[in-house]
Design a protein around this ligand. Structure first.
Ligand code: C5P
Length: 306
């Protein structure tokens, strides 16, 4: 009798150190130039053999993650099964460590983890390029969740070029009491910039220099996000959170992606502790976490007989 296998994959959250958004495209997306940075908030996805493809979710905010066909991990497994003509299913289980609807690509991390877990479980053996290609069909941030580290993203974010970066940067992550819908934030940006001329997006040389040099002070001063004004327009309490970070001497503070999570670059553990205390006391945030980056992309942490 063969015993079933379980494959467990961990995938990281992302911060956009810089997010430059261009004009809306006919396909509904925006051209962008961004610097992705994987940080140590992690989702874990386990896959076991099953007749069908199903998912369960545990962790804080698990109740806000759909467990039906719209779940990104389920969509990833179904896409892989279709692509490889696999008839076996998978019972997926997600342990959430990444804020839900927080602008940190938690759903994309789950999709990336599910692709890798099912590829291993089903022994479909796709190349990295094929996995990246399938990932891009699932969401703009999925390829980066597979790759991790620090990378420039272009196109709608799915075209990646690794960035040479040194150092381990320390982050304080302020979680908001509510989520923001990514399409709604992009729409708000279009509304705020209506009639403006928008040049082709590109990331700043200074930010890349800061990463190459491992210089947190320069990096902090160069954090920038075109979506920040739109996220603050929809969730004005984010301004208060950003202001607290500035008052506490954060090296830089920024809304993460489409928000509403706000991330602060700090000097060290003591600085992180002080900022955490101030953010917790202010009442404008739901929770505060520590993180560091860059970290790995999706990786198998367990492949065992149950
Ligand atoms: O690719 P993803 O599923 O993350 O995109 C979610 C939504 O965010 C898109 O449907 C679109 O409204 C918006 N988006 C965009 N331009 C991008 C990425 C996302 O307009 N480059």
């Amino acid at each position: 009798m063969t015993t079933p296998t379980v494959v467990t994959v961990r995938a990281p959250a992302k911060i956009n150190l810089e997010l430059v958004v261009g004009a809306p495209r006919p396909d509904g997306f925006h051209d962008l130039a961004t610097v992705f940075h994987a940080v140590s908030l992690i989702d874990e996805v386990s896959a076991e053999p099953s007749d069908d493809i199903t998912v369960t979710v545990e962790g804080t905010q698990a109740d806000q993650v759909p467990c039906d066909e719209t779940n990104l991990a389920v969509r990833a497994a179904r896409l892989l099964a279709r692509h490889t003509r696999t008839v076996t299913g998978a019972r997926l289980h997600i342990r959430k460590g990444i804020p839900v609807a927080g602008g940190m690509a938690g759903g994309s991390a789950d999709a990336a983890a599910a692709l890798l877990a099912c590829d291993t479980l089903w022994d479909t053996g796709l190349s990295r390029q094929e996995l990246l290609h399938l990932g891009a069909q699932l969401g703009s941030d999925v390829p980066f969740a597979l790759v991790g580290g620090t990378a420039v993203g272009t196109g709608r974010g799915e075209r990646l070029t690794e960035v040479p970066a040194v150092g381990d940067h320390q982050w304080v992550v302020a979680l908001a009491g509510r989520g923001l819908s990514t399409p709604a934030v992009y729409e708000e940006l279009d509304r705020l910039r209506a009639g403006e001329f928008l040049s082709a997006p590109r990331v700043s040389d200074q930010l890349l220099k800061a990463l190459r040099a491992g210089d947190p002070v320069l990096l902090g001063s160069r954090l920038a996000n075109d979506l920040e004004a739109a996220a603050c327009s929809l969730a004005p309490e984010l301004e208060i959170t950003l202001k607290i970070g500035r008052a506490c001497g954060a090296l830089g503070g920024i809304v993460s992606g489409s928000g509403p999570t706000v991330v602060f670059l700090v000097r060290d553990a003591e600085h992180a502790f002080d900022l955490t205390a101030s953010l917790t006391a202010c009442g404008s945030v739901r929770d505060v976490r520590r993180a560091h980056g860059p970290v790995h992309g999706a990786e198998i942490v367990e492949h065992a007989r149950t």
